[in-house]
Design a protein around this ligand. Structure first.
Ligand SMILES: Cc1cc2nc3c(=O)[nH]c(=O)nc-3n(C[C@H](O)[C@H](O)[C@H](O)COP(=O)(O)OP(=O)(O)OC[C@H]3O[C@@H](n4cnc5c(N)ncnc54)[C@H](O)[C@@H]3O)c2cc1C
Ligand code: SF4
Length: 340
């Protein structure tokens, strides 16, 4: 009989791990708290750095999970994990020979940065709202008109001690570049300004895209942080910032302000980790055994990680890591059951 592995979370990481395990003759079972698979990436429009549609990546994954007849529990939240299975909130227990935690991340709640007026001013939106608007085919101001001047603010809820998020979310700089280009494609005569602290172009093709945004699309990159935003009487957004390259304070009125929200650790991580005696990193993400040779292993034999549950990661890195996780689980099961 095939060994069974329960995968907690049916996002990109969970699905890819399940498919890789299945191809190795192991029986994966996915538990997903939402009513469908896909996690956050299912909600994106086009993906950096290639602008391929997110649906073209995420739908085939979900379809393959279905065609491979991988068992999935939907609308079920895992509340306890152990090397020999998981417990659902409904108190049903699913026994297993190993467990993979692929519970991902939580989007930073932009309401917490009150100074930017998210939720108060109609034309202050997040990068996630912009993805939704693009998916709906309607990017506009609240009154339905086209924006002529747009500001994109980097590091909202990242690298910010005030909100307890010291880490860099890694993917938002390149998301900001991608969204600036998409906005210029939609509104070629609009002015788009990206306000950043540092541009972190860590991945393949990212630096080139950053260059293209400036040279081909004339996106303006301003080194500085917006300190506050206020709504004007005609529903425009007045922002105060400092250009940290010139040292000069800056005031600007824009039609739309896009907040690039960061990737935070899930709020449930402490409780979930405690059920298995696992440690968390200081930023609240699950802590792997080691960054180099143990990046997908937890401190407990039989419990593994995949994807953004251990740190902010791109989708490409998430998918690559899931294959690594499947291989580590396979090795573990072979050792455990003396299969070699
Ligand atoms: C605004 C934004 C845009 C992005 N755009 C891109 C892009 O263009 N290109 C790119 O490469 N990357 C992009 N990324 C990164 C990408 O979204 C992540 O790499 C990817 O979502 C990580 O997948 P995951 O499966 O690890 O986590 P998630 O997508 O968070 O999936 C985790 C899943 O686990 C489930 N879950 C959580 N807890 C439980 C529980 N206790 N029980 C059961 N189920 C549970 C959740 O419901 C969810 O379905 C972007 C990120 C952000 C924030
Ligand atoms: S990736 Fe860029 S925007 Fe995101 S937290 Fe890091 S520096 Fe800030």
């Amino acid at each position: 009989m095939a060994h069974r592995v329960v995968i907690v979370g049916g996002g990109a990481a969970g699905m890819q791990t399940a498919l890789e395990l299945k191809s190795r003759g192991i029986e994966p079972v996915i538990v997903e708290r939402n009513i469908e698979l896909g996690g956050k990436a299912k909600g994106w429009h086009k993906l950096f750095p290639s602008f391929v549609s997110a649906a073209d990546v995420m739908q085939p994954l979900a379809l393959k999970v279905k065609s491979e007849r991988i068992r999935c529990f939907y609308g079920q939240e895992v509340s306890e994990i152990a090397p020999d299975g998981v417990m659902l909130r409904s108190k049903e227990r699913i026994p297993a020979d190993a467990v993979v935690v692929a519970t991902g991340f939580t989007l930073f709640d932009a309401h917490r940065k009150q100074e930017y007026g998210y939720g108060l001013y109609d034309n202050v939106i997040t990068s996630v709202d912009l993805e939704r608007m693009m998916n709906s085919g309607c990017v506009s101001l609240a009154d339905g008109t086209e924006p002529k001047r747009i500001a994109i603010l980097h590091c909202v809820g990242s690298r910010d001690e005030k909100v307890g998020q010291k880490h860099c979310s890694k993917v938002c700089c390149i998301t900001g570049v991608k969204q600036a280009i998409e906005l210029k494609q939609l509104f070629p005569t609009a002015d788009v300004f990206n306000f950043y602290m540092d541009m972190r172009m860590f991945g393949p093709g990212y630096e080139e895209l950053y260059r293209e945004a400036q040279e081909r699309y004339n996106v303006h990159f301003v080194r500085g942080r917006i300190s506050e935003a206020a709504e004007t009487i005609n529903k425009r957004i007045q922002i105060k910032a400092e250009d940290t390259l010139t040292g000069r304070p800056l005031r600007m009125t824009v039609d739309m302000l896009v907040l690039l929200v960061g990737m935070s650790a899930n709020y449930e991580n402490p409780a979930l980790a405690a059920t298995a005696g696992l440690d968390l990193a200081p930023n609240g993400y699950f802590k792997a055994v080691d960054t180099f040779l143990g990046a997908v292993r937890s401190q407990r034999e039989g419990i593994f990680f995949a994807g953004a549950v251990t740190a902010p990661k791109s989708l490409a890195d998430t998918l690559a890591e899931a294959s690594l996780t499947a291989s580590a689980v396979d090795d573990y099961l072979k050792r455990k059951f003396n299969l070699r």
